[in-house]
Design a protein around this ligand. Structure first.
Ligand code: HEM
Length: 444
């Protein structure tokens, strides 16, 4: 028997925020709500379902602002979702991010007792994300949205985080971000690596066949189908620390840039070491046809170009020899910067909060997000490097190191501090448009 034909995703029922790339440039806002009254919560579901656009629709009901909505497990409980439905959700999601802190490496400065309120409480029930091409358009849309929930009792907006795309799509450490995305069968949305075979739709959208030939279902089916999971993490970046570490361990600025590239697997321009092992090539970095067109196995098995421990190789080893199969641990990422930029060249911390609102989208929080975070970012065993962590964003303890393969000798960086600190986050479920309606019509 041949392979089954790939399914056509029901794009008109899937939230646009799950699959569609954002406008460029853009401003975004995250708003968290607490539901104190289940009827008011259901009313909120109804109101947002009128402003959420589908992945089939290039325009938004709010014209220039795209809204997505997701719920935590506590949020589903607060809406009065029946027990048998709640029990049909995956275990990690039911536990929530705070309870998974140990697995995720959220210890020390990153541990939940140091998280910003209201994370680490049970109060975050609904997370609404609004994205616009400009801050001005976003503010106008938020003013209109506020009108819809302002007069409602039983619903409280308890947290807001404004984010924005930095110039050239850089993240706060200065690397171009948002380059590598998986291709998804039946979505019509192209991936960015022409050498990667598209992934089965069930890896990203519930109710379709996945890479392990399974189909995930919730009870009732309408609640899960065409939905997905979203993991939000507010990640503070110690930019001054990162710059100081590079400077203190390099003989000149060229060596600093090479070290930064070896840690990330790409130069700051986005040009991958796989294609530009010795010098940056900004023209490749900004060219979407070339900047992700590579694998590792054929010409870089030993990591002489892209170290096995670099951020991009460990979070997506592509075809490199590792313990396990990379395809069942892929993810869609929607990171957005927050906070002011640290001025170019400044090496002293100014105390400002800056970093990334990291967002994962995928159908399996356990084997996609948690696996990558715990096994690939915070442990090096899978590619034969003992406990070496991700040099950029690992949960560093005492005396962490990172190996850069080289001839005649490899280089070993020592004493890597923690450059990224978790400030909080949530595991959320992003329902389909018909599931939002189902939630709004719950009774009793
Ligand atoms: C503040 C924290 C982080 C920073 C600064 C950061 C930065 C970056 C950058 C600059 C890239 C390369 C550009 C691209 O391919 O889009 C990248 C790729 C990637 N990151 Fe992160 N990242 C962070 C956190 C995370 C986390 C928490 C995860 C997963 C748990 C993750 C998973 C990935 C993946 C899967 C890729 C794509 C790899 C590939 O396909 O080549 N990152 N990151």
């Amino acid at each position: 028997m041949g392979e089954a034909a790939s399914p056509t995703l029901e794009l008109d029922d899937i939230q646009s925020g799950a699959l569609r790339p954002r406008p460029s440039p853009f401003a975004a806002t995250y708003i968290a709500f607490r539901i104190d009254d289940r009827k008011a919560g259901r009313e909120l579901m109804k109101k947002v379902s009128n402003v959420v656009s589908s992945a089939a629709d290039p325009t938004s009901p709010l014209s220039d602002t795209w809204v997505s909505v997701a719920l935590t497990f506590k949020g589903l409980e607060a809406l009065g979702v029946p027990q048998e439905s709640l029990a049909s959700f995956p275990w990690e999601f039911r536990q929530g991010m705070k309870a998974r802190a140990l697995e995720l490496g959220d210890d020390g400065d990153s541990s939940p007792e140091n998280w910003e309120a209201p994370f680490a409480t049970n109060d975050v029930h609904v997370v609404l994300v609004a994205v616009s091409p400009t801050q001005e358009q976003l503010e106008k849309a938020l003013d209109r949205a506020r009108e819809t929930y302002k007069g409602m009792t039983g619903i409280e907006a308890i947290w807001r985080q404004d984010c924005h795309a930095l110039p050239d799509d850089k993240e706060p450490f200065g690397f171009k971000d948002g380059i590598s995305h998986p291709a998804i069968e039946g979505s019509g949305i192209p991936g960015t690596n022409p050498k990667e075979k598209p992934l089965r739709a069930g890896e990203f959208i519930i109710g379709y066949t996945d890479e392990m030939n399974g189909v995930q279902k919730m009870e009732p089916e309408i609640l899960g189908r065409n939905g997905t999971f979203v993991v939000f993490r507010k990640l503070h970046q110690r930019v001054a620390e990162f710059r100081k570490y590079l400077k203190a361990n390099s003989k000149d600025t060229d060596a600093e840039e090479l070290m930064a590239a070896k840690m990330m697997g790409r130069w700051r321009s986005g040009a991958p070491l796989a294609l530009c092992p010795f010098h940056d090539d900004p023209a490749i970095g900004e060219d979407p046809k070339r900047n992700n067109d590579f694998m590792f196995k054929a010409d870089d098995a030993s990591g002489m170009k892209t170290p096995g421990g670099s951020h991009i190789r460990r979070t997506n080893p592509r075809d490199a020899a590792i313990a396990g199969v990379a395809r069942i641990h892929r993810m869609i990422r929607r990171g957005t910067a927050y906070g002011p930029l640290l001025p170019e060249g400044q090496l002293e911390d100014d105390g400002a909060d800056r970093g990334l609102m990291f967002a994962f989208v995928g159908a399996y929080i356990g084997r996609q997000f948690e696996f990558v975070q715990s096994q690939w970012i915070n442990d090096g065993m899978f590619f034969g490097a003992n406990q070496d962590k991700d040099p950029v964003m690992g949960s560093m303890g005492e005396d962490e190191s990172f190996s850069i393969p080289g001839r005649p000798l490899r280089k070993r960086l020592q004493g890597l501090p923690r450059f990224v600190v978790t400030r909080g986050g949530e595991y959320c479920f992003m329902p389909s448009l018909s599931a939002l309606k189902w939630l709004s019509e719950l009774e009793s």
